[in-house]
Design a protein around this ligand. Structure first.
Ligand SMILES: Nc1ncnc2c1ncn2[C@@H]1O[C@H](COP(=O)(O)OP(=O)(O)OP(=O)(O)O)[C@@H](O)[C@H]1O
Length: 771
């Protein structure tokens, strides 16, 4: 015992010394970068206007590096590998070397760091020992060894441990997700380091680390494909604002701030959609038939009049025949351009024909050949009110919002457009008042419409061409200027070369006020280099269609759990969800270990889901908890709020100040929140931004992807009934706790629950296996 203690103290002393050096070096690097930044600012200050903008580009580069050096302060280093070669390789958040380029630490994403996560006793990959270093502040607080080479077991200096993973999992929840770089498990690492191209689907039960893996993969991809992805951007789509708040600190802690995170409600730059509360409407709007409906709605706005129209132009009467309009329409459609852009062709053709007509009329009335400028007649035609009205009636410029709003609020139009595409019941279900706010399920319809309508402003195309030309010019200028600038900086001893592209990108960003992320967010047609989708089982076919457009290269990481689907238009299988877009061309990986939910709770959740006939896989739970799920029957609905308040009080005590969530059907959430606020005031939160309050009250959609120390599920049977008898919402709610689950019901228990709780209730507390 004493030996072990001495060994531990000695090893801790050694590691503290090394880690101390790492932090010293970090401080040095910070000072250096700060000085370089100041140097760059001084260098450019006396230069020409061109020099000043190059200076700014350098400054941004150093500012970014400096920000990264500050972001990695916490747990800078977390591992060490002792290799067969005798090398001791430290693994941390960034790569570090001494001034004379001796390597001090390897970035966790570098290929040489892969063995830290992948090596096992069966496949050592040259590793003798893997050491986990646990830091508090800048000091090594604990360490432990995985010995992979049995020959090392007898050696001095080995500190076998109880499991860095379990220690990490047993930490109390803060309401914000943290990174897992120190304890990524082998099956997770294989997903994180998968190649960039193609579609990767990661299926895993609750708590298997899908979200954690998705975020670490984003950081990995940005590290290993920085050139490409820094410019095109990575988009991460999560289910709700509360979820985005929950995960928002993970990537910055990994030194990455460039990933754009958004939810399906905010995928359009100028709209934050409200939830779609009616599952029937969500199902219809989510179906691919809606793409045809929108296309038909656009076609329907390119109309041929039934009768010829008489048009007054400066006292002359011209005639616009249905045949003329039909011909112009066909030629405009044949351009293949979107509605608003093809409209120019349509208008041009008819203005020309009407000008010809006007000329004939003028000649007929004067009895002689017209000798004036044709342009004058053309102007008369163009500015005639009758002509404008007639052409607009046939081909009106349209915005996506106007098209979709009118389509959904005018039954005659819906019937004309979707008579053969949607059933009469579905059409009736879609009808709503004009001008009501757009819902999340409208977002893909608006996007589809935007795609088919194109830019309203015809000059946009010309502007884009002008921008391209300007960029080519800027690149040439920047190249010349950089030769001088790089030389000046090299003379001043400042490192870091910039390319002409960097400078132009920086200047363009400055002009349009923003980084890649900001520009991408503001541009519906931005093509992302990679898209990561979390809780992907919830997406409707129309939402998939939209996301596929956002990444023409089809480079996707899709993570989710088919068994947790609760959205009415969500996926029943990955193959079915993806078939319309990529056929069978996707790689499926599975995560099989549940790191969150204690075994008794996980087993009860699985039993309830299976009792509804759902197919759920059962990931192996890493831990056995201290409590089986608690079932609390209430006789009267009116007693529920008080019962919930009491339950929360008890659970807060039990988890000793940890976080408690109440998950209830959406209709009960406001009442329960009020009841809890009466007792605890501002310590009770709800919705996005409040995930780190002591107590939160959330509905099943808001709670997706989150986790808490204790969870109180209210009216579980209603949670099943609300989504048409499917277990998704209840299954999600039951799998949120890390320690304690309680269910309160005024209407009995879902099938399978009582038996499952009886069966697991006797389980011993303690730890089952260490992953
Ligand atoms: N390798 C690991 N080391 C430490 N903690 C981990 C590891 N993997 C997962 N976790 C933790 O397990 C919990 C569950 O992870 P995560 O939320 O990513 O799971 P999920 O599969 O997305 O769950 P769900 O589908 O239920 O929302 C988190 O607290 C996460 O930090």
């Amino acid at each position: 015992m004493q030996d072990r203690h001495d060994t531990l103290e000695r090893e801790l002393g050694r590691e503290r010394e090394y880690v101390g050096q790492l932090y010293e070096r970090l401080d040095e690097m910070r000072v250096q970068k700060t000085e370089q930044l100041a140097q760059v600012r001084r260098t450019g200050a006396v230069g020409s206007a061109q020099n000043v903008s190059e200076r700014d580009a350098f400054a941004t580069l150093y500012e970014d590096r400096l920000a990264q050096l500050y972001a990695v302060e916490d747990r800078l280093v977390f591992g060490r590998l002792d290799m067969d070669s005798g090398e001791a390789r430290y693994i941390g958040r960034i790569g570090m070397s001494t001034e004379d380029l001796q390597r001090l630490m390897v970035d966790w994403r570098a290929p040489e760091a892969g063995t830290f996560y992948q090596a096992t006793a069966f496949d050592r990959q040259g590793v003798r020992r893997r050491r986990h270093l646990m830091l508090r502040g800048r000091t090594v607080r604990a360490l432990e060894d995985d010995v992979l080479d049995p020959g090392m077991l007898g050696e001095d200096g080995v500190v076998p441990g109880e499991g860095a993973l379990l220690a990490a999992l047993n930490e109390r929840r803060t309401g914000r997700m943290g990174d897992i770089v120190g304890t990524i498990q082998a099956e997770q690492d294989a997903v994180i380091r998968s190649p960039l191209p193609g579609v990767l689907v990661v299926q895993g039960g609750p708590g298997t680390g899908k979200t954690a893996v998705a975020l670490h993969r984003a950081a990995y991809l940005l590290y290993s494909h920085r050139d490409r992805l820094a410019k095109s951007g990575v988009l991460l789509v999560g289910p709700s604002d509360s979820f985005l708040t929950y995960i928002e600190r993970v990537l910055p802690s990994l030194g990455e701030t460039g990933v754009i995170m958004t939810s399906p409600a905010s995928l359009l730059p100028d709209l934050h959609a409200v939830p779609e509360t009616d599952p029937t409407v969500a199902r219809i709007k989510g179906g691919l038939a809606m793409a045809d409906v929108i296309a038909a709605a656009v076609h329907n706005r390119q109309r041929v009049p039934a009768e010829p129209r008489r048009l007054d132009v400066n006292g002359f009467t011209l005639t616009l025949t249905p045949r003329q309009v039909a011909r112009a329409r066909d030629r405009a459609r044949a351009t293949g351009k979107p509605h608003n852009e093809a409209r120019l062709t349509f208008i041009k053709i008819l203005l020309r024909e009407l000008t010809d007509q006007l000329m004939q009329k003028v000649e007929a009335s004067s009895g002689q050949e017209y000798t004036g400028e044709r342009a004058w007649l053309a102007e008369d035609v163009r500015t005639s009110r009758d002509v404008r009205v007639a052409l607009n009636l046939s081909w009106m410029p349209l915005t996506p919002k106007k098209l979709v709003d009118e389509l959904l609020s005018r039954s005659a139009q819906l019937e004309a457009v979707a008579g053969e595409l949607l059933s009469p019941e579905d059409r009736r279900a879609l009808l709503r008042e004009p001008g009501v706010p757009f819902t999340e399920a409208d977002v893909p319809l608006l996007d589809e419409a935007a795609e088919l309508l194109g830019d309203l402003d015809a000059s946009a195309e010309r502007e884009a061409a002008a921008r391209d030309a300007a960029r080519t010019r800027d690149l040439a200028n920047a190249e010349k200027a950089l030769e001088n600038m790089n030389q000046t900086l090299a003379d001043a001893g400042v490192d870091g070369m910039l390319s002409a592209e960097d400078v132009v990108a920086h200047n363009t960003a400055a002009e349009t006020a923003g980084t890649t992320s900001e520009r991408a967010l503001a541009d519906r047609t931005w093509a992302f280099g990679h898209v990561i989708v979390d809780e992907a089982q919830e997406l409707s076919p129309m939402q998939w269609r939209l996301l596929m457009r956002r990444c023409p290269l089809k480079s996707f990481t899709i993570v989710g759990d088919i068994a947790q689907t609760s959205a009415a238009a969500g996926a029943a299988s990955w193959a079915q969800a993806l078939a319309p877009f990529v056929g069978g061309r996707f790689t499926l990986r599975e995560l099989t270990v549940n790191y969150r939910t204690p075994a008794q709770i996980a087993e009860a959740a699985v039993a309830v889901a299976r009792a509804t006939g759902a197919q759920v896989s059962e990931p192996e739970a890493v831990r056995v908890g201290d409590w089986p799920p608690l079932l609390q029957p209430e006789r009267r609905v009116g007693d529920l709020p008080d019962a919930v308040v009491e339950a929360v009080a008890e659970d807060m005590d039990a988890v000793d100040g940890g976080l408690v969530a109440v998950v209830a059907p959406a209709s009960l959430v406001p009442g329960l929140r009020t009841a809890l606020q009466e007792r605890w005031g501002p310590r009770v939160g709800g919705g996005a931004g409040s995930v780190d309050q002591n107590v939160v009250v959330l509905d099943p959609v808001e709670v997706k992807g989150l986790e808490f120390d204790a969870v109180v599920v209210v009216e579980p049977r209603q949670l099943i009934a609300d989504v048409g008898g499917r277990p998704g919402d209840l299954y999600v709610a039951m799998t949120r706790p890390t320690r304690r689950l309680r269910l309160i019901s005024s209407s009995g228990w879902p099938a399978g629950l009582e038996q499952a709780v009886r069966a697991t209730g006797s389980a011993d507390s303690g730890q089952r296996h260490a992953g």
